[in-house]
Structures are given as structure tokens and as C-alpha cells.
Ligand binder design. Structure first.
Ligand SMILES: [Fe+2]
Length: 466
């Protein structure tokens, strides 16, 4: 967080490119690896207007595709209304989350006071690609990364959409929520397998909080109401609009997927914040929720630092909720600090065996600059880590299923595929796309695709089947 653009591995790109023959390919492309890894991330087109936060940058998509013709890479800015206005003016017009200075009145009247940067994640559902930013509506893009525009599900979506919707692999429904600093503080939505928003529910909270992710099972949706509270006084004093407010406590909300607001049950737990959930499932009278949890959190370290003796790193935890008495047991699973946790899309909401995190194998936790990928085997209880070295930074992993494998749902085949991720030189000088065999992640990569120019470290990516 600084008054200028991010540097090094986070520095923005200023080109939109297509590469194929320019890619240096080390290894053989497995015949069962077919599809694309799409990743979104902040990539400011212009130097910021004032104080900037990493989360402010304009969304840029990077897609690397594996098909019978070979490997192709493409990157494009998401052409949001805010970015278009800034291009017309030739400089930044919007403030960021540390300094909410509105754009000129004519721009604010047309676009609003805040830029929807569409920079956080990218998903495909019901044949549509949605670039997501949790404080606004989704932005539809085409399969070749062109921007269609902001979308509200034919007028049905009121409020914002999280960057972490969940797609049920059995029904193909998309479940998601949106939060707001103003009432209603939380809304829950269901989109059917054809892409139609069929249900919205307002859920009462005592105050507006930043809720980044949630979890689903076949039967339930689970919300963590953690004390990352909106604080506009702190913002006015030059800090973040989000304040860690431990006095408010933390609650887990459990709701049947098709329940009404009256069916919501809240369970108080020790304070924690789960930026990202690994997965969840309902098993008899229990719900198991797994995620990367911290005991203390602040989005603006300049103004809030952890209390003495508090470990602000995030680790993988298991929360076991007993539905007979609405209690919760919390256990730490991982030894290594890590984040950006993922399971194969085929097990979302189902009991799974393998989970993956971007982790810190050196024990030196440093923002989001992970240096390894860790695989958790929940059956064996093992934690297996593939380090990339202290001079590398690893992005979010994703699971690419082996399309020539024996079947995606059989227990023994859950790891039949590859773990893919971007790996960057820590100084930002170069990047490569790395493919690891999920059955032996510590082995040398199956494939490395070295880029003719760097790719910035970004936020969330997903594997998109062909
Ligand atoms: Fe996220």
C-alpha cells in the first residue's frame, strides 16, 4: 500500500498480447490436459490519484489454453465503464479504498462514485464468463477475453456479488451472496443451471462487515460473520474503511440452501477471519467447513497492527459444526502458513480428500508472496509441499482434471490431474506457468511454460474445461 503503483512482481503490465510460438515449453503437454487457466488480478492502467491499495487496480485477465493445436496465452484488460472514462481523460479519476475521492461530477453521475474494477476473480457459469469484484455487479466477458459489460442477471440481482460464488457440481446451480456497508447488509442468491437468478434472500446482520467468501454443502450455506467492520470514521482519518473490531465477536451462520431468513442459526465462536474457504460438506448431523483462517485481520497494516503475541498468519483449519446442539469445534490442520486454498471443482460442497494451498515453505510469511504449493490429504492426514525457492512467488493453485482419466468422482481418482499455477521471479522480472502432477507434487513439474514477458502476481484463477 503506497502512494504509487505497485512495483516488482505486482507491477502492472501495459500491453495486451497474444503468444503461442513465442512461448518456451519445457516438458510434454499431457494428452489429458485440455482447457484453460484464467486468472484475474489488479493491473492499474494509470498511476493512482491518491493513496492506493493493491485491491484498487483495474482488472486484467490472463488466459493460457491447452488444446490439440498447442498452447496459447492471451491477456486483456477488463474494459469497465470506470477504466473507459479514465482512458478518455488520460489519467485516474477514481479514488481507492484508502482514499474515497469521487471522480468529476459528470463521470460520477454516469458511472457512480466508485470504480467497479472487476479485478478479483473469473468464473464460468451457464456458458457465461463473469469477472467479479465483491463491491459491485459482475462484468460479463467473452471466451476470447473481450468485455461485454456489467450484468445484473436481467435486473434480478440487487446489490453486489461476491468474487467467490460456489457452483454445485451436481445441480450446476450457482450460489452466492453480496454484502454491503448499508442495510440490507447481506443477501444470498441462487442462480439456476441456465443462468437465471431464481432466488434472493435478505439476511439480517447487526452491522455491515466485509464478508469475502462463504461455503456450501449439498444441504446448507455457511456464512462467517467476522468483525471486519465498516468504519467510515477511520476512512476519514486516512485509514481503511474496514476496521478489525474484536469487540463485535464472530459468528457462524448456518442456513438450509432453500431456507428462509427465519431458518438461519448463528453459532458464536472465537474471533477469526476466513478470507477463503477450502470446502464444506454435511455429514449426518455435522457440517465440516475448512478454510484458511486468521485470528486477527486488518486490510490496512499501516493503521492497525496485530496485538503483541498474536500470530496474524493464516493456516488451514477445520470447523466442525454439530447441528444437534449448534456448537462448533475448531482444529488447526496445517503446519505451514498459507492461503488461496482450492479443491477440484468436482467436489465443491462434497466430502473431499485433497486440498491445495499456496504456502510459505520457508516459514517467512510475507503478504501474499507465497513460495510453495501444499497438498493436504485428509484421509492420510498428510501435508506435502512443493517449494519453488525463496526467489520465487507462487500464485493461486487450481486443479485441472485428467480428461483421459478414469472418472472425476471416484475417490481414488480425485487427484487424477494436475495442479497448475503461475510462478513468478520475486523481483518481477519473469514468469512461467507450471503444471505439477497432483499425484506427486514434489516431483519435477510435468510442464513449464516460460513467458516471453512477465505476468504480474494476481488474485484468483480458475481452470475452465474445454
Ligand atoms: Fe478472494
Amino acid at each position: 500500500m503506497s502512494d504509487h503503483n505497485p512495483e516488482g512482481v505486482l507491477a502492472p503490465l501495459h500491453d495486451e498480447s497474444d503468444f503461442s510460438s513465442e512461448l518456451e515449453i519445457i516438458g510434454d503437454v499431457p494428452r489429458g490436459l485440455r482447457g484453460s487457466y484464467w486468472r484475474n488480478g489488479p493491473n492499474a492502467a494509470f498511476p493512482p490519484k491518491g493513496k492506493s491499495h493493491l485491491w484498487d487496480g483495474d482488472g486484467m485477465l490472463h488466459a493460457i489454453t491447452f488444446d490439440d493445436d498447442g498452447i496459447r496465452y492471451r491477456n486483456r484488460w477488463i474494459d469497465t465503464p470506470g477504466l473507459r472514462a479514465e482512458r478518455e481523460h488520460g489519467h485516474a479519476l477514481f479514488g481507492g479504498m484508502l482514499e474515497m475521492s469521487p471522480p468529476p461530477p459528470a463521470v460520477a453521475e454516469k458511472i457512480g462514485p466508485v470504480k467497479n474494477a472487476a479485478n478479483t476473480s473469473i468464473i464460468r457459469h451457464a456458458g457465461r464468463y463473469l469477472a467479479l469484484w465483491e463491491a459491485g455487479l459482475p462484468t460479463v466477458v467473452t471466451s476470447d477475453l473481450g468485455t461485454v459489460g456489467v450484468d445484473d442477471f436481467s435486473g434480478a440481482l440487487k446489490g453486489s456479488m461476491t468474487a467467490h460464488p460456489k457452483i454445485d457440481p451436481i445441480t450446476n446451480e450457482m450460489l452466492f451472496f453480496g454484502y454491503s456497508p448499508f442495510p440490507p447488509y447481506l443477501r444470498y442468491h441462487i442462480v439456476d443451471d441456465a443462468g437465471k437468478l431464481t432466488r434472493s434472500l435478505e439476511i439480517e446482520l447487526p452491522r455491515g462487515v466485509m464478508m469475502h467468501d462463504f461455503a456450501i454443502t449439498r444441504e446448507h450455506v455457511i456464512f462467517f460473520d467476522s468483525p471486519a467492520a465498516f468504519d467510515f470514521d477511520q476512512l476519514a482519518q486516512g485509514g481503511s474503511m474496514i476496521r478489525w473490531a474484536p469487540e463485535h465477536g464472530t459468528r457462524i451462520g448456518v442456513l438450509p440452501r432453500d431456507g428462509s431468513a427465519d431458518d438461519m442459526r448463528w453459532i458464536e465462536i472465537e474471533n477469526c477471519y476466513v478470507f477463503h474457504f477450502l470446502n464444506a460438506w454435511t455429514e449426518g448431523n455435522q457440517i465440516v467447513v475448512m478454510g484458511a483462517s486468521v485470528d486477527w485481520m486488518a486490510v490496512d497494516y499501516e493503521h492497525q497492527r496485530p496485538p503483541e503475541g498474536v500470530d496474524a498468519n493464516s493456516y488451514l483449519y477445520r470447523f466442525t459444526i454439530d447441528l444437534s446442539d449448534f456448537t462448533c469445534k475448531k482444529e488447526r490442520i496445517g503446519d505451514l502458513a498459507g492461503e488461496f486454498c482450492k479443491v477440484p471443482d468436482s467436489v465443491t460442497g462434497l466430502k473431499h480428500r485433497y486440498g491445495y494451498l499456496a504456502s510459505f515453505s520457508t516459514g517467512v510469511c510475507d503478504g501474499a508472496f507465497f513460495d510453495s504449493i501444499t497438498q493436504y490429504d485428509l484421509v492420510k492426514g498428510t501435508e506435502t509441499t512443493r517449494p519453488f525457492g525463496t526467489h520465487k512467488v507462487v500464485g493461486e493453485p487450481a486443479f485441472a482434471p485428467n480428461l483421459q482419466g478414469r472418472g472425476k468422482n471416484a475417490d481414488q481418482d480425485e487427484d487424477d490431474g494436475w495442479i497448475v499455477t503461475w510462478v513468478h521471479e520475486r523481483d518481477g522480472s519473469a514468469s512461467e506457468f507450471v503444471v505439477l502432477d497432483a499425484k506427486s507434487i514434489q516431483a519435477e513439474p510435468v510442464l513449464r511454460v516460460k513467458m516471453p514477458r512477465r505476468v504480474p502476481l494476481g488474485f484468483h484463477g480458475n481452470w475452465i474445461a474445454p
